[in-house]
Design a protein around this ligand. Structure first.
Ligand SMILES: Cc1ncc(COP(=O)(O)O)c(C=O)c1O
Length: 416
């Protein structure tokens, strides 16, 4: 690849030093909503009506351990199952995922299954690049993480089908729509193969559908669509395989929303049974606030388009600069939703790029974090999270980022 005259190693170093001298301090390390997005949900806090849920229960009091009916119905609609197959939780879907995995480790997914923690090995397939929290929770629970490459339409299914035949492989954990950070949405064919493949009877797909309604564009044709995993599993005779999760963290308040888990009647009954002495009930006042503020899918759609209007220009800014400055040097995802752009630097450059940015005052997600144990074999992937900084700050980051990429590549001798 050719460099322009001002992009000699010396020229790039000079541009980099000039940026560094500005003494900026910008944080792009996590996929957090912008304050303007959080403001969209302020009216939800104005709870002047009564506190009664549809079943007449006072949400301020104990009761409804599986969630209030209107919240179960809402999440059922989001996840594509009847309300009775939903448990509405507290403020974090990660908490529900962690609990479901912990129960599998301690007790086995269903009654009669061997607890995964008693097996010599319990392996979880992890499509990469993926979400660092998923990998960390598997490590915490003693589950072995097995990285699986992601293609344009989802994980490498040949590899998954072949590995899932191993009875020590107990599951898969993934973000199937607008993946964090891949941006990939699994195709119908991938969903069907996951549902139909041969696997241990206690194999579970942890389907973290965190970005299920997080489109960037209003037009249907510019959105991804995800097939219903539960329906596909049920059709293939494996209805207990799917454990699906989502939350309103990126709809209302991140860390102050409501989460939900859905699955087969047997799975939900088992989770409910094992929850009995864990808590009396989750925060139902927050469930009611949410169900009144976002009563149905139409209300969610209207609300999410307000989010999209705030964050779309940020994605377009980042992608535009990458297109202009980095075409032919690197590649990246062009997501149609979610919270991340997945940047693939020239091999061996990601760590250097992230550290160059850090030295110049811009914190990015650590290189390697989208891989189990932080190990990116190509040292290439960088997760770009454009949602949080105001547009003006993002503009400054995007002055630095291409310089850092080119400088790292030039130092490696990848750019000549
Ligand atoms: C894929 C994915 N799952 C879960 C979460 C966190 O969700 P919650 O706040 O509901 O735990 C995030 C947040 O970034 C995420 O990207």
């Amino acid at each position: 690849m050719n460099m322009m005259n001002n992009e000699t190693l010396e020229g790039l170093r000079a541009s980099y030093e000039a940026f560094k001298a500005r003494g900026l301090k910008l944080d792009m390390s996590r996929g957090k909503p912008d304050a303007a997005q959080l403001d969209l949900s302020r009216p939800m806090l104005d709870m002047r009506e009564d506190f009664l849920s549809e079943d007449g229960a006072d949400t301020r009091n104990y009761g409804d351990p599986l969630g209030i009916p209107e919240a179960r119905r809402l999440f059922g609609a989001l996840l594509g199952v009847p309300a009775g197959q939903v448990i509405v939780g507290g403020n974090a879907s990660l908490n529900l995922i962690f609990d479901a995995l912990s129960r599998a480790v301690l007790h086995g997914p269903l009654r009669g299954d061997t607890p995964w923690g008693r097996l010599p090995h319990a392996k979880i397939l992890c499509p990469v690049p993926g979400y660092d929290w998923h990998f960390g929770m598997c490590d915490t629970l003693g589950l072995e993480t097995v990285p699986i490459p992601t293609r344009e339409d989802g994980p490498d299914m040949d590899m998954i089908e072949s590995m899932a035949r191993d009875p020590a492989v107990k599951g898969m954990i993934c973000v199937p729509m607008y993946g964090n950070p891949s941006g990939v949405t699994y195709s119908d064919a991938v969903v069907d193969r996951l549902a139909a493949m041969e696997a241990a009877p206690d194999f579970r797909i942890i389907w973290d559908n965190a970005y299920c309604v997080h489109h960037l564009y209003p037009e249907e044709a510019r959105r991804d669509h995800l097939k219903n995993l539960y329906a596909a599993c049920a059709a293939a005779g494996h209805e207990d395989r799917a454990l699906m999760f989502t939350s309103t963290s990126k709809m209302t308040f991140a860390g102050g929303g409501v989460s939900a888990m859905a699955g087969s009647p047997k799975n939900i009954a088992r989770q409910a049974e094992l929850m009995t002495y864990q808590l009396v009930c989750y925060d139902k006042v927050n469930q009611l606030r949410h169900a009144r503020f976002l009563p149905d899918l139409e209300a969610i759609e209207a609300h999410m388009m307000k989010h999209a209007a705030i964050i779309r220009p940020k994605f377009e800014l980042v992608l535009g600069v990458m297109e202009k400055e980095l075409s032919g040097i690197a590649r990246w995802s062009r997501p149609r939703g979610g919270y991340f752009i997945c940047f693939f630097a020239p091999k061996g450059c990601a760590k250097r790029i992230v550290s160059l940015c850090a030295e110049a005052g811009v914190t990015l997600t650590p290189a390697g974090s989208p891989f189990p144990h932080g190990f990116d074999p190509d040292d290439s992937v960088i997760r770009i999270a454009p949602t949080y900084p105001p547009l003006e700050e993002l503009r400054q980051v995007m002055e630095l980022f291409p310089v850092a990429v080119k400088l790292a590549a030039a130092e490696k001798g990848v750019l000549r």
